[in-house]
Design a protein. Structure first.
Lengths: 135, 375
């Protein structure tokens, strides 16, 4: 059954995919390999996981603002997430998603980290402003 | 956030793809941080210039950009002196990538002067809004020059430069420009002591706005060092000097807490973080008079200041020391995996992490003495 959750659009677009969810903030610079889309931060719970073509769900960004450019590079290398959902977006991920044309939504009506499970199918509609989760 | 008709047109892509993306960024940041509107800025200053820091990711992004900036815009230091790069041991590959980055910023109409002290080139008027991203310059602009800026990232400062505006939130609003913690220093400080103090205070106050009361009156160069240290270990973007306001939280330090100095046997001594002013170059020249350096001594400044300090630089270089422009010890790969001695709280913080170099902090006098010691 599909469950529809409204949210705030930060970067426009539409994507469908399989979720990868983490409760830890993520730094793209040094945290994600721009060539493969695999999380390389040794301390991160997603270490070794590919975020390529996934619906990436994490609380918020952290680290260097160069992370925005890493998100752009992921997209050029075709290993970017299909869409991103944050609890609350900050500058690094917001700018990165916009310049890379990756749909980004935050401030969902319910906490996305608990509402969405890794492996679930998710639709991110950053035109109308909602996500749909297969539950 | 409210957008004017002109801003809506930029967002709709009527002024090209570059301006459209820039407007999308500003609109999103405005929404995230609760700005009601965009406000005009007088200038922009963009970090993320060294190939060492932005790498191929940044270069690829910049190569895809078109359009031109709407306000005077300067750059942060890059990874080398654009003329003396081989003296620094920079290889040709790095040189070519670095020059491609600078050329691409130039294509966007940006003045490719690379310095963390843009205010020596053009100082913003008191009370005007700017979008700067070098953290020490942000704090210096807000606190000493009286200009108003948030602590931007490189990409958001570039977006502001292209549009000539920034979302009106944070330190662009009067209500946020008020100190919330007192720092009482009742012992004398001078020179590098202020950078060390900044290093200590930044760790404690994090993103708060400290109000200082000093026994000795700091010079602008000392305030620059203080700003840089606090912005490196904390994210302090504004501090006050009035000290009179009473705050619930008061920090009092004893001299030993600010004494981070040690002697040691560095491979290299590097001064000029932030970039030296003319007065600082004069002080270094005075300390070096009649001496010969026995250890590499590099002094970082802007090309603007260097071009106005030719005889000072001749005096300094006669001793064997080298004055380099456009770069610094932190963003250049030339100072990696070394043992550095510095006179800067900021370089003391970033040396171990960003250069993987053991870093010793000392007074300017000790730095010069160490560079001139006969073994």
């Amino acid at each position: 059954m599909l469950h529809r959750i409204k949210g705030r659009i930060i970067s426009k677009g539409y994507a469908e995919g399989v979720a990868v969810v983490t409760q830890e903030p993520l730094s793209f610079l040094g945290g994600v390999d721009p060539k493969t889309g695999i999380v390389i931060d040794p301390k991160h719970e997603l270490k070794g996981t590919s975020i390529a073509q996934r619906i990436l769900v994490f609380p918020t960004g952290k680290g260097s603002t160069v992370g925005s450019y890493v998100i752009y590079q992921l997209k050029k290398n075709r290993v970017a997430p299909a869409a991103i959902i944050n609890e609350l977006s900050e500058t690094i991920v917001a700018v990165g998603a916009i310049i890379a044309s990756i749909p980004l939504m935050d401030k969902l009506e319910v906490d996305p980290i608990t509402a969405i499970k890794t492996g679930s199918k998710v639709i991110v509609d950053c035109v109308q402003g909602f996500v749909e989760v297969d539950v | 956030m409210y957008l004017t008709r002109e801003e809506e047109r930029a967002l709709a892509g009527e002024f090209g793809h570059g301006k459209q993306k820039a407007m999308e960024i500003l609109a999103a940041l405005g929404d995230i941080y609760g700005a009601e509107k965009l406000i005009p800025i007088e200038s922009a200053q963009i970090s993320g210039v060294s190939y060492k820091t932005i790498g191929d990711a940044g270069l690829e992004y910049l190569m895809d950009q078109t359009g031109s900036v709407a306000v005077p815009t300067l750059l942060n230091p890059m990874g080398m002196d654009r003329f003396r790069w081989s003296e620094l041991g920079i290889d040709k590959h790095f040189f070519e990538k670095q020059m491609a980055i600078v050329a691409q910023y130039g294509m966007l109409g940006i003045d490719a002067q690379c310095t963390c002290t843009p205010y020596y080139i053009t100082s913003p008027q008191r009370g005007t809004h700017v979008s700067w991203s070098e953290s020490s310059a942000v704090s210096y602009a807000n606190s000493v020059l009286g200009a108003w800026t948030n602590r931007e990232g490189g990409p958001s400062a570039l977006a502001s430069a292209l549009i000539g505006k920034t979302p009106n939130y944070g330190y662009h609003l009067r209500e946020n420009r008020i100190s919330d913690v007192s720092v009482k220093i009742d012992f004398r400080l001078s020179g590098a002591d202020y950078g060390a103090l900044g290093y200590v205070i930044g760790k404690v106050v994090k993103s708060k706005v400290p109000a200082f009361s000093f026994t000795s009156k700091p010079t602008n160069d000392e305030l620059k060092a203080l700003a840089a240290g606090m912005a490196a270990t904390g994210s302090v973007a504004l501090f006050c000097l009035e000290g009179a306001r009473a705050h619930q939280e008061t920090i009092e330090l004893v001299p030993a807490e600010v004494d981070l100095y040690s002697s040691g046997e560095p491979d290299v001594v590097v001064l000029g973080c932030p970039h030296c002013s003319r007065l600082e170059l004069a002080e270094i020249a005075r300390l070096l008079r009649g001496r010969i350096v026995t250890k590499p001594l590099w002094i970082c400044t802007s090309r603007h200041i260097a071009s106005r300090s030719v005889s000072l630089i001749t005096q300094i270089e006669k001793t064997g020391a080298r004055v380099i422009c456009d770069t610094c010890m932190i963003v250049s790969p030339a100072f990696e995996n070394r043992c550095m001695m510095v006179n800067s709280g900021k370089a003391f913080e970033y040396g171990p992490s960003l250069c993987k170099s053991e870093t010793i902090i000392a007074t300017t006098e000790t730095c010069i003495d160490t560079a001139c010691t006969i073994h």
